[in-house]
Design a protein around this ligand. Structure first.
Ligand SMILES: CC(C)(COP(=O)(O)OP(=O)(O)OC[C@H]1O[C@@H](n2cnc3c(N)ncnc32)[C@H](O)[C@@H]1OP(=O)(O)O)[C@@H](O)C(=O)NCCC(=O)NCCS
Length: 252
C-alpha cells in the first residue's frame, strides 16, 4: 500500500525549507522533486511486490517528466527533498535516511563495481546516507559507502569513502574540512591548482637554467639573453602573470 503520509510530509518539508515556495498548491503543481519522489513511492510499492518491470516503467516515466531518476529499489526515509532535481540519479541499492536533502545533478551511484555487470546483481553497490544529510549540486557519491548523520557534501565534490557523522566534505576527491563544527583541514583541496603550481615551479627552474646557459655561451647576443619568463607573460597590460593570478585564487 502507498503511504500517503510520506508524500504529504515531503510536500510540507519543501514548503518549509524552500523560500521560493509560496503555497502547497505550488508545491503540488510546480516541484519536479516532489513529483519524482511521489512517483518513486508508487514505484517502490510495485518493486516490493516484485512487479519489477512495472516499477521501472513508472520510474522511467518520472525521469521523462522530471529529469530525476530514482530506481524503485532504493530505500528512502521520511521528509526526503530533492531541490530543482534535474540530473539527479539514485541507484537501486541506495539507502537514504530521514530528513535528507539533495540538490540538482547529484549522483548516488555504484562505484567501480558497476562495470562488473550481472555478477553484482543483488549486492549492495550504492551508498547509504544516514539522517539529515545535505548533498550540494553536482556532487557524486559512489560505491557501497556510508555517509554519516548530519553530513554536508559541498557542490561538485566526489565522495568515494565513508564519511563520519557531523562532517562537511569538500572537493575532488572529497576531504573532510569540518568535523563536529571544528575546522580540521585548513587547505581547501584543489589538486588542479596544486598540479599547475608544481608545473610552474619546474618551468621557472628550467628557464633559469636556460638563461644561465645562454649567458655563458660565447655565441649569445642581447636578444637571445632576453628573460624567457618575461617573454611568456603574454599581452597582459598590467604585467601580472595569469598563472600567478589563478594560483592566488581568482581562477579557482
Ligand atoms: C556544503 C554546504 C552544505 C555547507 O554549508 P554550511 O554548513 O552552511 O557551510 P558553508 O557554506 O559556510 O561552507 C563551509 C565551508 O565549505 C566551503 N565550501 C562550501 N561549498 C564548497 C564547494 N563547493 N567547494 C569548495 N568549498 C566549499 C566554504 O567556503 C566554507 O569554507 P570556510 O569555512 O573556509 O569559509 C553548503 O555550502 C551547501 O549547501 N552547498 C550546496 C549548495 C547548492 O548546491 N546550491 C545549489 C542551489 S540551486
Amino acid at each position: 500500500m502507498i503511504d500517503w503520509s510520506l508524500i504529504q510530509e515531503t510536500a510540507e518539508t519543501i514548503l518549509e525549507k524552500d523560500p521560493a515556495a509560496r503555497s502547497m498548491l505550488e508545491v503540488y503543481l510546480c516541484y519536479p522533486g516532489f513529483h519524482a519522489v511521489t512517483m518513486y513511492r508508487v514505484a517502490n510499492v510495485f518493486y516490493k511486490q516484485e512487479q519489477f518491470t512495472l516499477a521501472r516503467c513508472i520510474s522511467q516515466f518520472a525521469r521523462m517528466i522530471t529529469g530525476i531518476e530514482i530506481h524503485p529499489g532504493a530505500t528512502i526515509g521520511r521528509r526526503f527533498v530533492i531541490d530543482h532535481g534535474m540530473g539527479v540519479v539514485i541507484g537501486e541499492t541506495t539507502v537514504i535516511g530521514d530528513d535528507c536533502f539533495l540538490y540538482q545533478g547529484v549522483t548516488l551511484g555504484a562505484g567501480a563495481e558497476a562495470r562488473q555487470g550481472e555478477q553484482t546483481r543483488g549486492r549492495k553497490r550504492h551508498p547509504t546516507l544516514k539522517n539529515e544529510v545535505i548533498v550540494g549540486s553536482g556532487a557524486e557519491i559512489q560505491g557501497d559507502i556510508v555517509v554519516g548523520n548530519n553530513v554536508r557534501v559541498a557542490s561538485g565534490s566526489i565522495v568515494l569513502k565513508d564519511v563520519p557523522d557531523n562532517s562537511i566534505v569538500v572537493g575532488v576527491p572529497g576531504r573532510i574540512i569540518y568535523k563536529d563544527g571544528k575546522r580540521v583541514d585548513d587547505k581547501t583541496p584543489d589538486p588542479e591548482a596544486e598540479a599547475i603550481k608544481r608545473l610552474k615551479q619546474r618551468i621557472d627552474s628550467l628557464e633559469k637554467s636556460l638563461n644561465s646557459l645562454k649567458e655563458a655561451s660565447p655565441l649569445s647576443n642581447q636578444t637571445a639573453q632576453a628573460d624567457l619568463g618575461d617573454e611568456n607573460k603574454g599581452d597582459n597590460d598590467d604585467d601580472s602573470d595569469p598563472v600567478d593570478v589563478f594560483l592566488q585564487g581568482a581562477g579557482i
